[in-house]
Design a protein around this ligand. Structure first.
Ligand code: ZN
Ligand code: ZN
Length: 342
């Protein structure tokens, strides 16, 4: 375990934390409600940020206002910024002139908004405005990790990992699902070589097939995506959809020709809940059943992956340099909220 300390004065800035993998929804912007925390208390992540093999965006002039350079730290920040749960921050004070212009909380648009209480150096950006997963991003150059004694983090075995249902308590498609499927879809495109891919019927088809129909060139499938992971057959001949461990970030080891990693909680649901459809189905239920058992809340539209998460994932994958994939990228970038994305 580590604590992070101020690089200037050495004051301890965090509780004891252990590293976990960066969640797929870490850069997601969703709706206008207050969202929950991005990370479990006692954990931290490192966001590689601008680690892109190909930069499709033109650099934009950065506006100056009252001598403060406007930046957006909430969605993207400096490379290797460190994310922790807001409750794990210690010994910081807000920087008053970095807090303006937000709605229900802070979004970090003016740069780091937390300073070390000891020496005053800006050290972190708290993000808790509506539409953002709540998190504090430590500036990688302003803090340093210090190893401390603490309970050793136990890495969960694959079968112990929990699953996340696709619909949240209010009856909306789960935003982390929309992000996780978007990330997997970008990886699927990257390994497909531009050839159309078939997917198994059931939840995998409900999550991916419409997007494949829209994004891939028409024609019969030449490649085949199959689930592979704990408890499933290892005999995969083409593309394997495998779980990615939430603590280590490692993909399920597999001999398939190509591998598409997916957040393990979503993968587990896809693999083991074949009886549940990802499309609204309550109205097809027999009246006698519905009388005794009110239908669950179900979304009013088909499942759609997050278009902006899809784009930001694709930007970091080397195959996006290839013209066929660049064309798909450009098409989605022009209309990121259009079918098949949300
Ligand atoms: Zn300090
Ligand atoms: Zn708001």
């Amino acid at each position: 375990m580590v604590v992070f300390a101020c690089a200037e004065c050495g004051a301890v800035m965090t509780a004891r934390v252990a590293r976990v993998a960066l969640p797929d929804h870490s850069s997601q912007k969703y709706g206008h409600d207050l969202l929950s925390g991005l990370l479990e208390p006692g954990t931290y992540v490192v966001d590689p940020g601008e680690d892109r093999p190909w930069e499709p965006r033109q650099p934009e002039p950065e506006p100056e206002e009252h001598g403060v350079r406007l930046q957006t730290y909430c969605i993207s920040g400096p490379p290797n910024r460190i994310g922790i749960a807001p409750g794990d921050v210690r010994g910081t004070v807000f920087i008053p002139d970095r807090l303006g212009g937000c709605c229900c909380g802070w979004d970090g648009q003016y740069g780091p908004n937390l300073a070390c209480a000891g020496c005053g150096r800006p050290v972190a950006t708290r993000v808790d405005d509506c539409g953002f997963w709540q998190v504090v991003w430590l500036e990688p150059d302003a803090v340093r990790p210090v190893a401390v004694d603490g309970p050793v983090q136990r890495v969960l075995d694959w079968p112990e990992l929990p699953s996340t249902p696709p619909v949240d308590a209010l009856g909306f498609w789960s935003p982390p699902w929309e992000a996780a499927v978007a990330v997997a879809l970008a990886h699927l495109l990257a390994v497909s070589g531009g050839k159309r891919v078939s997917v198994p019927d059931g939840p995998v088809a409900e999550a991916f097939r419409r997007a494949i129909d829209i994004l891939f060139p028409p024609g019969p499938p030449e490649r085949h995506l199959v689930l592979a992971g704990p408890g499933l057959s290892a005999a995969i001949t083409d593309i394997a959809l495998v779980p990615r461990h939430p603590q280590t970030g490692e993909a399920w080891p597999c001999d398939a020709g190509a591998v598409v990693p997916m957040a393990a909680d979503v993968w587990t649901y896809l693999a083991y809940h074949d009886d549940r459809r990802l499309v609204p189905a309550a109205h097809g239920m027999p009246a006698g059943v519905r009388r005794d058992d009110p239908p669950p809340l179900l979304p009013h539209h088909l499942f759609r992956p997050d278009g902006r998460v899809f784009l930001s994932t694709l930007e970091r994958l080397a195959p996006v340099r290839q013209p066929w994939l660049r064309r798909i990228y450009d098409r989605v970038k022009d209309r990121p909220y259009m079918d098949p994305f949300v």
